[in-house]
Design a protein around this ligand. Structure first.
Ligand code: A3P
Ligand code: MG
Length: 248
């Protein structure tokens, strides 16, 4: 075993996202489980593995996870791991490549060390190594499989952005990081584990990240509900926030 404490927080986040991705690829292997069970087993096994690793390597740090009871010690801790062991569970269950593992360490409410794995796409994004997203603009934005929300439709209309339908919050955010699309606008509900690590990686890539009213995104709130946010290229951030402010 690697000695606890040997890894930096960013290395640990990356290793955990990558390792949980391996667990999940194992769960999906050979399509031996029917879809619903594959999703449930994926959620449970990825959660169990991540919880064991964090307990071993960062025993003092509380964890906020989609798949665990809320440990309220987190509200008295400046360091909290915010994880989604399987983002895009329904996509994973259906056998698409649009699912992710999210691992972030938030310090005083801000993601510091973050990693997002897209295991079925063979990709790992980590905040300490991600390149700056500064390629040519594409004129496209990432949209949920289920279509536009009112705010994302307003942005698409006002900025003339075409929709690219992608499942999983992490996969949509990493599409902006990769430069496949210029923006990801979410409204209508999500939780901190759905967007903390994606926002941490996106900020490290120099992207603009904010609530839809333009305010800073702050994590580790008593209610871990984070219903809206935008991740976009800096070049279009002012126009995008203006589009959101203007009645449609
Ligand atoms: N209105 C809403 N309320 C709560 N969670 C939402 C939501 N819309 C999307 N999400 C969550 O955000 C993630 C990405 O969704 P989508 O692919 O539709 O954009 C999913 O996480 P999980 O798969 O971890 O549950 C989904 O449950
Ligand atoms: Mg999620």
């Amino acid at each position: 075993m690697t000695a606890p404490g040997r890894h930096t927080d960013a290395e640990l986040a990356a290793l955990i996202a990558e390792g949980a991705g391996q667990v999940l690829l194992g769960v999906a292997h050979g399509e031996l489980l029917e879809p619903r069970r594959r999703g449930d087993v994926g959620d449970a096994l990825a959660q169990a593995w991540i919880a064991q690793v964090l307990q071993m390597h960062r025993p003092q740090d509380p964890v906020l996870s989609e798949e665990a009871d809320d440990d309220l010690r987190r509200l008295r801790s400046d360091r909290v791991w915010i994880i989604d062991p399987l983002d895009g569970t329904s996509e994973f269950a259906r056998g698409t490549t649009h699912w992710a593992v999210h691992v972030a360490l938030a310090v005083d409410g801000l993601p510091t060390a973050s990693a997002v794995a897209l295991p079925a796409q063979g990709q790992l994004f980590r905040s300490d190594e991600v390149p700056v997203a500064d390629g040519p603009l594409t004129g496209r934005m990432a949209v949920s499989r289920y279509g536009h929300s009112y705010p994302s439709a307003a942005v698409a209309d006002r900025l003339g952005l075409g929709a690219v339908h992608i499942g999983s919050a992490g996969a949509k955010a990493m599409a902006v990081v990769r430069g496949d699309v210029d923006a990801y606008v979410h409204a209508g509900g999500q939780y901190e584990w759905d967007n903390c690590a994606p926002v941490g990686v996106a900020q490290a890539a120099g992207l603009f990240c904010a609530r839809l009213n333009g305010e800073q995104i702050v994590y580790n709130n008593p209610q871990p509900y984070m219903p809206d946010f935008v991740i976009c290229r800096q070049e279009i951030a002012d126009d995008l926030l203006r589009a959101l402010r203007t009645p449609w």
